[in-house]
Write a protein that binds this ligand. Sequence first.
Ligand code: GLN
Ligand code: ZN
Length: 762
Amino acid sequence: MSDICNHILGFPRIGSQRELKKATEAYWKNEITELELKKIGKKIREENWKIQSEAGLDFITVGDFSFYDQVLDTSLLFGNVPDRFLEKGSEANFDTLFCMARGHAPNNINARACEMTKWFNTNYHYIVPEFKQGQKFKISLNSLLEQIEHASSFGYKIKPVLIGPLTYLWLGKASENDFNKLDLLNNLIEEYTKIFNLLSLKNIEWIQVDEPILTLDLSPEWKEAFYNVYTKFDFKNLKILLTTYFGSIQDNIDIVNKIPIHGLHLDLCSNPEQINEVIKNYPKNKVLSLGLINGRNIWKSNITKITDTICKIKQKFSGELWLSSSCSLMHSPVDLDQEKNLDPEIKNWLAFAKQKVLEIKLCSNIINSKDTKQSELLLNENAQAIESRKNSKRVHNEAVKKRVSEINKKDGDRKNPYSIRALKQKETLKLPLFPTTTIGSFPQTQKIRNVRNNYKNKKISKEDYTKEIQNHILESIRKQEELNIDVLVHGEAERNDMVEYFGELLEGFVFTSNGWVQSYGTRCVKPPIIFGDISRPASMTIDWIKYSQSLTQKHVKGMLTGPVTILSWSFVRDDQLPKETALQIALALRDEVIDLEKADVKIIQIDEPAFREALPLKKSEWQEYLTWAVNCFRISAAGVQDSTQIHTHMCYSEFNDIIKSIADLDADVITIECSRSNMELLQAFENFAYPNDIGPGVYDIHSPQIPSKKEIKELLENALKYIPAERLWVNPDCGLKTRNWPEVEIALKNMTEAAFDLRKQY
Ligand code: GLN
Ligand code: ZN
């Protein structure tokens, strides 16, 4: 029997010290040249390949590098550049890439940037391709070939990676009139065939074609398109490894079995069960690539468990098996070795991309009985790490587990329904019609960042830090009073990030110093790691809010991040279900909410911007998620008296298909991002007869544009078509931390004046 072969689907391209981010941003500022930037890109690729080659992987994956985004690269590869980015008669160049992504680049025209959206259910965002009716594709900027030539010069056995034609089309949007994107397919596959031709001349055996949409619900039309495309392709002498990830292909296995590919990759981390279904009819003469090393988390793999799984699969499937990461490793941080300050006990439980490559190699060595002595040693080390995590007191907190097990349904219910609460709140809060408020953060100036950094680096004392932050709070409270805002916020100056802030104060979280993951373009995030049961050793926000409230007669909102958002923006445990972890967070927040109420805070906001984005990819799994997500929110919120007003906030979301769950949250007030939809998002609330208060955003905080009083009034009048006046709040779309004070002040002044004018009419 042949040896198991190994590879990865892709490696992070940001560099172990975020070199690419730094270089690209320097290039944008004209501090370095295109050539210098490209040199850094080259160096990162070489390092990534070296990691794979030194580990002894059978293939070096090439084409996973990108200066911005792999979907954008695909658009450029096929010459899919909207006209607005090209001067008449000119061709796309290196800067076109950045221009499409950001609307401007050093040597390019300015134009409206392409949209960006989430890459499946990850926190990575891609640049949305735009398609026009009847458009033609034409191979143009070919960074794939460049990368292949570069890698070939090292003599590597390479496996190029390319986004498949159907996934590429699926991800894009049809601009102008709504035509069927599939009409473009025939022309697109001609160009793909040309790429295959080029590659087949390059001494390449296997090519990885990513079609992750095979894990989604596909209509019969799209299924048929898969069949048509892949049976029509002339792959020349290339072998195609069709890769799927982020879910199960079970529902689409019928097409996969019918198309003449040479291998299939399955993500067995997100869905282990699919293997049984797939191997039932999978031909023995094709390769099956097992994605058993999780590309989306930071935990050390359980090598024994994985090798056992492979052995079991081997017994049922006699064809050729490969071993790989579940998806591209770009969703995990680069290199654990760079973590110098991490608690050693916890560090021993972790693996980042570079370490995951070694795990893949170790698993295959064990299966192939290679390097047995060394493998045994490593296996032992791994088993010890797994065991130590399983039994660590730092992970398990019996009191927390007990409390979670004792939650009962009533804990999620407020004392009375909204209709009764609303009356009591009216009495206590005495707010005018169309109350004005903001979403929480105020401009995060360099001064504020310095204060936080100095405190973190122990350059200033706790007393000095507190004083400085208090001064910022005082300043922002006075400004809000001057602006005549009704419900004030403290401004969140003490928070670097809405999840990290709470993670640092909760038990069960740990933070890396360099665990960056690409979010989009040059933006990287450093998600906290939830390693253990979560509890709240002390209150987290009370002092700041109490201080803020002491400065003013107006109400100051308490400001918290909700359980679903804390969970989805962190690396989560793989030893218990996410909903278990979310319940633990919910209980910690519940205590904070009750403490805020005790401190006489009458309005408390629990932000859930990730509520919608955490929805599973398949509709059939939505209900399960929504049930626990709603429950967690309710548990965090429901411990207060009727007269305490609970707010929640969500960023831009389509609410139509989840409106019942939004109503089930039973927040007294929900503020949402709305201004760009011209209030049309509110239709969903009207259709559902949504009963509680709503604050649709009237100020697009993503744009430096300042809305005039007239524009805001128009938006509000639009909103009144859907929402009765008694339940309408007036606020910006989201937090203001990315804006500057001068623009914020004018916008908020226009906002409060608009509300004031409207009050006179009602
Ligand atoms: N309260 C947060 C802020 O204003 C909310 C941020 C968000 O919704 N992403 O910054
Ligand atoms: Zn928001």
